[in-house]
Design a protein around this ligand. Structure first.
Ligand code: MTE
Ligand code: MO
Length: 380
């Protein structure tokens, strides 16, 4: 059975599916650590986890298009990759389907029913892809793409694959890394041991694990996950009318946030001054820093600005998430109620803001689910 060699997993990860293994950590725990502990980092596998041997590992590099095309295939061993200058980047990885379970409430969608935990933040270290490509003579070219293949094969022997524009791969500020470390430890099997590509600011699906091949080409990856998945559509597009060729593959993700505590329907007690404390995460794709997170407990009549915990790196290159804490005051009137709803919305450095409701961003695959996070709580 291809499932006989799956790795051991932390018992706190809540599986959305067992085979392939897909799981997210408890939300309250996720919000406690700026760097998500490796064993609590969500797992999104489409196929069985491949068995990889470090000594035998080889990364294959092909240039099929552009000025450097036509050279022989090159390979890099793990030792050779580790001998290149080591670069670290703090980056959140978020599945395109994070928070899908909230969108599903508007109308059913196809996909794993993720809560807000299909995201994690880590410090990734490895060789920079731009260094590797430059050493091969690859020149900037707006028409080219970099394709990635994983060692995990589908039943027809096609590898998991994805691609990104060459311009992102070559940009030193893009911080694309061929990572062998996650939070200063070797990658574990679920997260891509021994090498995965980290594409900071892009949707999780492009961060190919168990990376075995890189190709510079004049077209995107032809994999299912690049072509027929991880794309957005109008709320009126259904499975009879959808044409996956007409939508672009998701790369940079939109601004989002989630409340990690209190949990939905948790009983909360206002402090002696009548405040409740709310915590969560916020993130935006494309390197956009989180500028602000606003909270309301009265359906938007009054808003309270959260305090942010974030790295100090330049905007445009801000790939890590922000954790936030807000003290939200409750009026005397509110304190008499049995419960209320807390809403969170984040604003990024381009002043992009989350949409209020899922209704108008609903799409049949349930991706890009970034509406306000609305959490009902009970009061005591
Ligand atoms: N890479 C390979 N080789 N196989 C996969 O199934 N899943 C992708 C991406 N890279 C995947 C992959 C998707 S959809 C996501 S969201 C992220 O990996 C999840 O990364 P994680 O499991 O390390 O959290
Ligand atoms: Mo994903």
């Amino acid at each position: 059975s291809p499932w006989a060699q799956e790795p051991k997993r932390n018992a706190l990860l809540k599986p959305a599916s067992e085979r392939p293994f897909n799981a997210e950590p408890p939300l309250a725990l996720l919000g406690e650590h700026f760097y998500t502990p490796n064993e609590l980092f969500y797992v999104r596998n489409h196929l069985p986890v491949p068995v990889m041997q470090a000594e035998q590992y080889e990364l294959e590099l092909d240039v099929e298009a552009g000025a450097a095309a036509g050279q022989p295939t090159r390979t890099l061993t793990l030792a050779e990759l580790k001998a290149l200058p080591k670069h670290s980047v703090t980056a959140a990885i978020m599945c395109g389907g994070n928070r899908r379970s909230e969108m599903t409430r508007v109308k059913p969608v196809k996909g794993l029913s993720w809560g807000p935990g299909a995201v994690g933040n880590a410090k990734w270290s490895g060789a920079r892809l731009c260094d590797v490509l430059q050493a091969m003579g690859v020149q900037p070219n707006e028409d080219l793409h970099v394709l990635f293949e994983g060692a995990d094969l589908d039943p027809t022997s096609h590898p998991y694959g994805a691609s990104i524009p060459l311009s992102k791969a070559l940009d030193p500020r893009g911080d694309v890394v061929l990572a062998y470390e996650m939070n200063e430890e070797p990658l574990n099997r679920d997260h891509g041991y021994p090498i995965r590509v980290i594409v900071p600011g892009s949707v999780g699906a492009r961060n190919v694990k168990w990376l075995t091949r890189i190709i510079v080409a004049d077209h995107e990856s032809d994999s299912h996950w690049q072509q027929n998945d991880y794309k957005g559509f109008s709320p009126s597009t259904d499975w009879d009318t959808v044409d996956f060729k007409k939508a672009q593959a998701i790369q940079a993700m939109p601004v989002t946030s989630a409340i990690c505590t209190p949990l939905p329907n948790e009983r909360v007690k206002p402090d002696s001054e009548g405040f409740i404390t709310v915590r969560g995460y916020a993130w935006s794709g494309g390197g956009r820093r989180i500028e602000r997170v606003d909270l309301t407990s009265d359906g938007g009549k009054s808003w309270h600005v959260a305090q942010l915990e974030q790295e100090t790196v330049p905007d445009g290159r801000h790939y890590g998430w922000s954790l936030w804490t807000a003290r939200v005051p409750l009026s005397a009137e509110q304190r008499k109620q049995e419960g209320l709803e807390i809403w969170a919305k984040a604003v990024d450095s381009a002043y992009n803001v989350q949409p209020e409701a899922f209704e108008h961003i609903w799409n049949l695959r349930g991706v890009l689910a970034n509406a306000y996070h609305k959490v009902p709580v009970k009061l005591s």
